[in-house]
Design a protein around this ligand. Sequence first.
Ligand code: BGC
Length: 245
Amino acid sequence: MRLLGIDTGGSSLKAAPVDVTSGVLAADVVSFPTPAPATPAAIAGVVKQIGAAFPDVSGNVGFAFPSVVTGGIARTAANVDKAWIGTDGARLVREAMGRPAAFLNDADAAGLAEVRVGAGRGQDGTVIMLTFGTGIGSAIFHDGHLVPNTEFGHMEIRGMEAEHRASARVRALEQLSWQVWSERVNEVLARMHALFWPELFILGGGVVENWASFGPLLESPARIVPAELGNTAGIVGAALAASEL
Ligand code: BGC
């Protein structure tokens, strides 16, 4: 079965149909710039365009979004328009596309994909996924089970939110070398390890394309691996969530 997964990021919305048995993309990813401001109405417009881009794909839709989602409602809006707080994301997609939707946090979606069909496949114990983009997203799993809505990117390190020191956006903005940025990421990993003792960290986000430049600089008693699905993990995870609606 092929279902559409949509992943909302600070700079673009990306979508593709996914074979939800294998977790493999069934077509090329389409990408639309995130509207500014990224209000619910503006995003609904993009979701409609995404639907039109894949006329042959029917069924449930998965919609991953950078917000805490409880009871189907977005509760936070750290890097998106504040109008999202209180928005029913599944309903927004249903109204834009006329199809049932699963609405979930973007990092939870990415983690779900990596744990089911990517770098965390078959790993018992605790696995932590961290995504480095506009913010830092997180997802934690124990024996494959997700505890949703962790927000480790907002953990305080040296008096600042972790994502204000160590996101991929901050690396670019402050023109940090891989060495300096990796030291900041290592502080995040060290804190996470001290609190949760994971077996495995999976690191995701577009920055992972440069793994060769920074992967060898990362340190933790836990194993650290790049996301196997790269930047498409959120799309795949959204589609997997849609298949479980
Ligand atoms: C948000 C999270 C999101 C992460 C990655 C953070 O700022 O609070 O909900 O998962 O960014 O997009």
